[in-house]
Design a protein. Structure first.
Length: 416
């Protein structure tokens, strides 16, 4: 069964606990390669992207065990630096293993990574920065090999902010000789979590949370136990679910500090959101005085990963809105599917113009990528009648059992 059936029109109520962050877990699991020993990662989400990362680590010789939300990684038996094509091909984040493997083993061979279909996201900048650190890279049609006798620190000024390049440079730099400076560095909470993990293991990193990271290379890192923070994107998705379906839900463990701009826009769209000591309380259906203009950007601006769910909120609000996408060039793939449900949206370049309707209607729609797939489930909660969202495997990449979580909140939803 690779689909979800949703019976729309039911208000939500109750509580759900927000899972650990996908976008923090993946680079932290990659970072365990830098440490000769056993690391324990708590609150690691049970999602397919984490499963694929575990499989990649195992293919390199690591021992990986999961006990509930704890993932234990033993890298003392690391024996390989050639990554299997079947795992690399399905997950873009496999590129972040490059810096860590080069730092630990001095050589890597891999095919070009796959995964998301939300934009080109070339890896040229990853390779360029590593070449500057002393890595020799031989590129072929399907993949590349890289080797380095030793990594050296550099000052690298990115032409634009990149989360992936910041992560790869961090992982390569912590064991490199000398000092590395990354600017402008990505400031996302997931980057901060990676820095916290590495510092706890013995790395010397200055500027965590700023757009300038300074890394002083050390000889080795030590095994640690680290708890992954909650997933702000998942919390934002369930917030949108309540805004579309109506009702009142408590998002336990939602990362309040990291969601200020999301809460701000939710308020503009009519939701009542209050901060609690252990999460966020969301109440009310979207009914704000639009038009509302939303522009995505790098943190602390509005996250591109929540653009699709907020488009759904606008589409079902009965008012007008505008969304400008500045991060990925192909993130409006949800629009034709929403129009099958009665949405009125037009796209011009990187801007979507939303003419909200009073009610969406049920339809059979297709998930085409992770966040858009989750957003279609959100849309179905607000729609009249029954909807089926196919290609559930996209949603499973980032959401722990979305059917169970929404059922906890009173949604009528099931596997199909």
């Amino acid at each position: 069964m690779d689909a979800v059936r949703i019976y729309g029109g039911n208000c939500l109520s109750g509580q759900t606990t927000i899972q650990g962050s996908k976008n923090a877990s993946l680079p932290i699991l990659a970072a365990t390669l830098l440490i000769n020993g056993i690391c324990e990662i708590e609150n690691c989400p049970d999602i397919s992207d984490v499963y694929h990362m575990q499989r990649l680590l195992e293919s390199l010789g690591c021992r990986v065990e999961r006990e509930d939300s704890l993932v234990r990684v033993d890298t003392s038996c690391l024996r390989e630096s050639n990554m299997p094509a079947d795992s690399v091909g399905v997950m873009r984040s496999s590129i972040m293993l490059l810096g860590a493997l080069l730092a630990r083993t001095g050589s890597v061979r891999m095919e070009y990574p796959g995964g998301c279909v939300i934009g080109a996201r070339p890896i040229d900048l990853h390779l360029q920065s590593l070449r500057r650190m002393g890595v020799e890279i031989d590129q072929q049609e399907l993949g590349f090999s890289a080797r380095a006798a030793g990594l050296r620190g550099i000052v690298f000024r990115l032409p634009f902010v990149s989360v992936g390049v910041t992560e790869n440079l961090l992982l390569a730099a912590v064991l490199a000789e000398g000092m590395t400076v990354i600017e402008p560095a990505a400031r996302e909470p997931e980057i901060q979590a990676l820095c916290e993990f590495l510092i706890r293991a013995g790395a010397r990193i200055e500027g965590t949370g700023s757009d300038r990271l300074v890394i002083h290379g050390v000889e080795k890192l030590m095994p640690v136990r680290y708890r992954v923070p909650a997933d702000r994107i998942v919390a934002g998705t369930y917030m949108c679910s309540c805004m579309c379906a109506g009702g009142s839900v408590f998002l336990k463990d939602a990362p309040v500090r990291d969601m200020e701009v999301v809460v701000e826009y939710a308020g503009k769209l009519g939701a009542v959101v209050s901060y609690e000591s252990d999460g966020i309380l969301v109440a009310g259906r979207a009914c704000g005085s639009l038009p509302c203009a939303l522009r995505t950007g790098c943190y602390p601006d509005f996250p591109t990963d929540l653009q699709s769910p907020f488009m759904v909120v606008m589409a079902a609000s009965g008012k007008r809105g505008r969304i400008e996408e500045t991060v990925f060039e192909n993130r409006f793939r949800i629009v034709p599917e929403l129009m099958k449900m009665g949405a009125d949206i037009s796209v011009q370049g990187n801007t979507a113009y939303v003419n909200g309707v009073r009610r969406l209607h049920g339809a059979v729609v297709q998930a085409k990528e992770l966040r858009g797939g989750a957003a279609l489930v959100v849309a179905a909660l607000a729609a009249e009648g029954t909807s089926i969202v196919t290609n559930r495997h996209y949603i499973d990449r980032g959401y722990e059992d979305i059917v169970f979580r929404l059922r906890e909140l009173g949604a009528k939803i099931e596997l199909a």
